[in-house]
Design a protein around this ligand. Structure first.
Ligand code: UTP
Ligand code: MN
Length: 587
């Protein structure tokens, strides 16, 4: 089921575009590889496929099912599961199925068809070389903190007091940063190394004095998917401000994308086919201590669509567990919004609200792991939570327009009519009682952006014909269109291998999810000439709309007080092009 995306989400703008292939392998090689490899061969090495019409089918290897909803398209060169939303190219399949990191998957795939992965360019080498020592510094720091924990009775006592055993502390690599302004000097003789500042371990003050960022804190290392330490969270022992100090954003660490505990949780997530998302470091660690190993935490940021996407790839069920207080409800609402954009199936996302006085850590310590697991097994469904929130009028006074879109989404999710939902939530009087909010000034509606995006996914070269000044930057579809056109315009992506080429290029970026979702629509074989006509038609509508709204604005101005000479000229031109377009249409 496809839900309308409720908000574009400002968080998507300006985010880094992609990370997997951060300059390691030339983009042109990836595109050529995708153009030469056949996804059917690749998938068939692992999963037996049956031909059905134009596509191949199988039971999905990424979630358990009895009737096949996993589809491989030989013409589009991607796979898509209608059950769990798994989607991607031959490269994506290798990564997802075999768990290979990006570069290894590229090498494997290239090898399988006798292609040689080219030598990395000098710039790429420089980028790689820049990151490698930072990773190494972080690893050394983590080791230092771990060793200091062993010799710090007060830190050990603190963790014991919170119910943790040495085994769990080791599993999460917990450490202790000593109460020392330059403690790290012990492991970094060149304490003035700029790289220590770059990776956020050392701070330089205005006087040029250098000192350790983390002092007298329990250290929680944050790992990336490969198990490299990319950041730290440090907690004061007892009371103190700030309670948690975190690594800043660095070349290694981007907060909106990472999830604490994912590396340690991976196996449990697979076993339970469920991932639990909590708010805090301690929640993750305490849950693991009590046998609930499939929990991860967002890092002091709101849940992003990227988080949800990442998680729904690992398990078919995501349960958000937030504190029972107002902040927790707000966090849950943000998670709901992030999920709506990602949902392939509304049953995949649930919410768990603990009693107000609890967070997962205190709950599991008081009630035990089984009690927590029972709650996780029966979460509030997304639809229930949505309806309940709408009823409570939560967050709506500030987001009326959004509420309207959300009612549509929930109607779809619950298979109700929009009127039913509005009635049930008491929204109707609200929308009737007040004048409708003015239409948001953007030149393109979701459906048009979506239409354009699908056409561009079908044939990426169409991106060159997009009138970017007429396309908004609000919805995920609009942002993706923009990013595609920009990447092609700037020459970063010169000859994408169809929709999979685009998807690979944007892997790991905020656009990945929407591109995957929209390209699934390409599975219905479309007539190329029809698609071309629809694309042109939509562009034409956009132009006409832009003309019409400018005409409206100018005539309002004319009524109000008159137009300047060049405005009058512009007005005449616009009316002429409007008339010409009208004449053409009625031909
Ligand atoms: P909480 O304040 O709920 O803390 O913050 P907690 O997880 O219950 O921690 P304990 O049990 O008191 O040790 C939740 C998360 O918000 C971020 C951290 O990621 C924390 O785990 N946070 C909180 C910060 O980054 N800085 C802070 O000062 C507080
Ligand atoms: Mn807590």
């Amino acid at each position: 089921m496809r839900l309308a995306a409720p908000t574009g989400g400002a968080c998507l703008l300006g985010a880094a575009r992609r990370r997997h292939n951060a300059g390691v392998i030339p983009e042109s090689f990836i595109q050529e590889l995708l153009a030469r490899v056949d996804i059917v061969d690749v998938v068939e090495r692992f999963v037996p496929l049956k031909k059905g019409g134009a596509n191949y089918q199988a039971c999905c290897p990424f979630h358990s099912e009895k009737t096949p909803s996993f589809t491989v398209s030989p013409s589009k060169q991607f796979y898509h599961c209608f059950g769990c939303g798994a989607h991607g190219s031959a490269l994506g399949f290798l990564m997802q199925y075999s768990g290979l990191p990006f570069v290894d998957a590229v090498e494997e795939l290239a090898h399988s068809i006798g292609m040689q992965v080219p030598k990395v360019t000098e710039r790429n080498l420089a980028e790689r070389a820049k990151k490698a020592p930072l990773t190494e510094l972080m690893a050394r720091a983590a080791k230092f903190y771990r060793e200091r924990l062993k010799t710090s009775p007060k830190a050990v006592d603190y963790l014991k007091g919170r119910g943790l055993t040495g085994e769990i502390a080791a599993r999460f690599g917990l450490g202790y940063a000593p109460d020392d302004w330059q403690g790290l000097q012990n492991v970094f003789p060149d304490y003035n190394d700029a790289a220590l500042v770059e990776c956020g371990l050392v701070i330089v003050n205005d006087q040029g004095r250098r000192y350790d960022r983390f002092r007298d804190r329990v250290m929680f290392p944050i790992l990336d998917q490969r198990g490299n330490v990319i950041g730290f969270g440090g907690r004061v022992l007892g009371e103190g401000e700030p309670k948690y100090l975190n690594s800043p954003e660095t070349p290694l660490f981007e907060k909106g994308r990472e999830l604490y505990g994912l590396t340690q949780a991976r196996q449990s997530i697979r076993d339970a086919d469920t991932v639990i998302v909590v708010e805090g470091y301690m929640d993750v660690v305490a849950l693991a201590q009590y046998g609930v190993g499939n929990a991860v935490a967002t890092l002091g940021t709101a849940t992003t669509p990227n988080h949800v996407h990442k998680l729904l790839r690992q398990a078919s069920k995501v349960v958000f567990c937030f504190d029972g207080d107002a902040a927790g409800r707000k966090a849950a609402w943000r998670a709901l919004e992030a999920s709506l954009e990602q949902l392939a199936d509304d049953k995949a996302v649930g919410f768990l609200f603990l009693p107000v006085e609890h967070d997962p850590d205190s709950f599991v310590r008081q009630e035990g792991g089984d009690a927590f697991r029972r709650l996780v097994a029966q979460p509030t469904t997304l639809t229930e939570f949505l309806l309940r929130s709408l009823k409570a009028d939560m967050d709506l006074s500030t987001a009326e327009g959004r509420a309207h879109q959300v009612t549509k989404a929930v109607a779809e999710a619950a298979a109700l009519t929009q009127a039913e939902v509005e009635g049930q939530c008491g929204l109707k009087p609200l929308s009737r009682g007040r004048p409708a909010p003015p239409p948001r000034s953007r030149a393109i509606a979701i459906s048009k952006a979506r239409t354009l995006l699908r056409a561009v996914l079908g044939r990426p070269e169409r991106a060159a014909r997009l009138p970017l000044d007429l396309i908004g930057r609000e919805t995920a579809e609009e942002q993706a269109l923009y990013a595609i056109a920009e990447a092609m315009d700037h020459g970063e992506l010169s000859a994408p291998a169809g929709s999979v080429g685009l998807i690979e290029f944007f892997r790991g970026s905020p656009h990945e999810a929407v591109l995957s979702r929209e390209s699934a629509a390409l599975l219905d074989e479309v007539d190329e000439s029809v698609e071309e006509a629809v694309f042109n038609d939509t562009l034409e509508k956009l132009r006409l709309e832009a003309i019409a709204s400018e005409v409206d604005a100018l005539s309002a101005k004319a009524r109000a007080g008159g137009l300047a000479a060049e405005e009058r000229e512009r007005y005449r031109q616009l009316l002429a092009s409007k008339a010409a377009a009208g004449a053409q249409r009625s031909d």
